[in-house]
Design a protein around this ligand. Structure first.
Ligand code: XMP
Length: 546
């Protein structure tokens, strides 16, 4: 299995808590208690799309902790793979039912609250998976503005046999007489189907009714207010100290840099390591945008010869990744020491290290048997430094999902080229050259990649796909150019669509665009006489070739 070299690196001094916000009012929040559903993060994102801040907490969180900062307006109990009557079924602190804030149980969450409040749940003879039709009764606020018949998406094997005292069924499906239940007085609701998934087309409207209508949560989670709050928080955390940030040119580190710079200006220094494996013009673009345009202190380290020296003759993909990962840490560490030393004697020391860590990387979860979400890998954005370099972490994006990071980037004035940039792997072009890396092969893949990106941008396709790039295959074949026989390399085009990089499919690009890319690569890139198209999906293939 391929692993990111960054993944094995130990998190350096990370704390799970952000300092308390003083300067700007914290937004109200919805707490989502996680029972291991693969959709828990989707619930959190849907809530945030309604402009209400949401936080995922382990289902074991104490009610007093949930209520501690006074901002919680409602609680959602997620779905999950367990059965409520299984011996080790995950539970909640029963005190949550007495907090007086509205509660919505989804699927497992509904079954759990039913059982906790005195109802009966049993295995259903008719499991419901996939599409279903919900018929609602009465005029419940949950269904305000919706028709009486709603398409929903189910995934459950258990069902409610007896309602707890105070509850009434307000919706049913063919096989579930109690598909939606409500105790309107206590504002506790349960639904058997999943409102968070796109297959429940009116799901967001139902969630909105819960958030705004029932919980009374205002739409106060906006990126403008986030920026204001987080800048105050950064200033409070670093005081007069100075911050180092490893800038890769990717979305996360770029937005983190712009945000921290907005908060503390010249107290921030960014380090950009050129490992010699970057795309065409990347180093200049970073230097132009951050150095000249944003006027951020930027130290560019040219590590080309170090990296290429280490990679000489290495063909094993895993070895390449490990070497690059380790070398990156060494080079960055040296640059950080240089920056620190340059500030010796000055009152402002570099005490802080900033990272573009995102929310999905910090969500704490309690392992639950059968939880498919726990199998999903993520590429951590965490750098590693030796313990003797005592830095405190600054992680301004810890609360955000990727699409929110892009929104913050836009608000801060970063160009679309950066904000909506396609992902680029940490080991760079090294994993797009199959076999040994040489300066010649790097030139070929870099030139071919430039042409792919040029044409994708020119045709308007660049922002519509997840990734589009060239791979250099170590396959040479016979061709003819003019009157001369050639024996040159092959370039594979990899253009994929994906939601999150976990699964992907190849993009059906127009033939004339493919033709243009191919003919430009063969004509303009010396050493290539053949271009092929990769039409594999992930799984079973992966997006990158190594
Ligand atoms: P694969 O090839 O595993 O890639 O299907 C999934 C997504 O992750 C990116 N990728 C990486 N990103 N460090 C990174 O930061 C890495 O080592 C790495 N390997 C793959 C890849 O470009 C795709 O978007």
């Amino acid at each position: 299995m391929k692993t990111s070299p960054k993944k094995s690196i130990k998190k350096f001094g990370a704390s799970n808590k952000l300092p308390v916000v003083k300067a700007a009012k914290a937004p109200s929040k919805i707490v989502i208690l996680d029972f291991g559903s693969q959709y828990t993060q989707v619930i959190a994102r849907r809530v945030r799309e309604c402009r209400v801040y949401s936080e995922i907490l382990p289902h074991t969180t104490k009610a007093t902790d949930i209520a501690a900062d006074g901002t919680v307006r409602g609680i959602i109990l997620s779905g999950g793979p367990a059965s409520v009557y299984a011996p080790k079924a995950p539970k909640v602190d029963p005190a949550i039912y007495a907090l007086g804030v509205p509660i919505l149980g989804i699927c497992y969450g509904m079954q759990l609250l039913t059982r906790d409040l005195g109802g009966v749940v049993a295995r259903s003879n008719h499991r419901e998976y996939g599409k279903g039709v919900l018929k609602t009764t009465g005029s419940a606020p949950l269904f305000k503005g919706l028709s009486k018949t709603i398409d929903v998406w189910n995934s459950h094997g258990d069902r409610i046999e007896k309602l707890p005292a105070g509850f009434a069924a307000i919706g049913h499906t063919e096989n579930s007489p109690h598909a939606v239940i409500a105790d309107a007085r206590r504002r506790i609701y349960g639904m058997q189907f999943h409102p968070e998934v796109h297959h429940t087309p009116k799901g967001k409207a139902i969630l909105q009714n819960f958030l705004h209508g029932i919980c009374g949560a205002p739409s106060d989670w906006t990126m403008g207010s986030f920026i204001e709050r987080i800048c105050a928080q950064i200033r409070e955390q670093v005081g007069g100290g100075r911050v180092i940030l490893g800038l890769s040119g990717g979305v996360d580190s770029s937005v983190a840099a712009a945000l921290i710079h907005k908060a503390i200006g010249d107290q921030l220094t960014c380090i950009f390591v050129d490992n010699g494996l970057l795309r065409y013009g990347e180093r200049d673009a970073v230097s132009r945008l951050f150095g000249r345009n944003f006027k951020i202190h930027l130290k560019i380290v040219d590590g080309t010869s170090r990296f290429l020296g280490k990679l000489k003759g290495v063909t094993d993909p895993e070895k390449k990744r490990k070497l690059i990962g380790t070398e990156f840490i060494r080079v960055f560490e040296q640059a950080a020491r240089d920056v620190q030393n340059s500030a010796k004697g000055s009152k402002q020391q570099f005490k802080f290290l900033a990272q573009g860590t995102l929310y999905p990387d910090v969500i704490e979860s309690v392992p639950i048997a059968g939880n498919p979400a726990s199998l999903i890998k993520s590429h951590h954005n965490v750098g590693g430094l030796p313990k003797d370099m005592k830095f405190e972490l600054v992680e301004p994006l810890r609360q955000l999902f990727k699409d929110e990071v892009r929104e913050v980037g836009r608000e801060l004035g970063l160009p679309q080229e950066v904000v909506d940039r396609q992902p680029f792997p940490g080991p760079g072009l090294a994993v797009r050259i199959i076999g040994a890396i040489t300066p010649e092969r790097l030139r070929i893949v870099r030139d071919a990649d430039r042409i792919v990106l040029d044409e994708m941008k020119e045709s308007g396709w660049y922002f519509k796909v997840w990734q589009s790039f060239a791979v250099l295959l170590p396959v040479q074949s016979v061709g003819v150019m003019g009157d001369e026989r050639t024996y040159d390399y092959t370039i594979a085009l990899r253009i994929v669509e994906s939601q999150d990089g976990m699964t992907a499919d190849w993009v059906r690009l127009p033939y004339d665009l493919l033709g243009r890319i191919s003919s430009r690569i063969i004509n303009e890139v010396k050493g290539v006489n053949r271009c092929v198209l990769d039409i594999s999906s992930k799984p079973p293939a992966t997006i990158e070739w190594e």
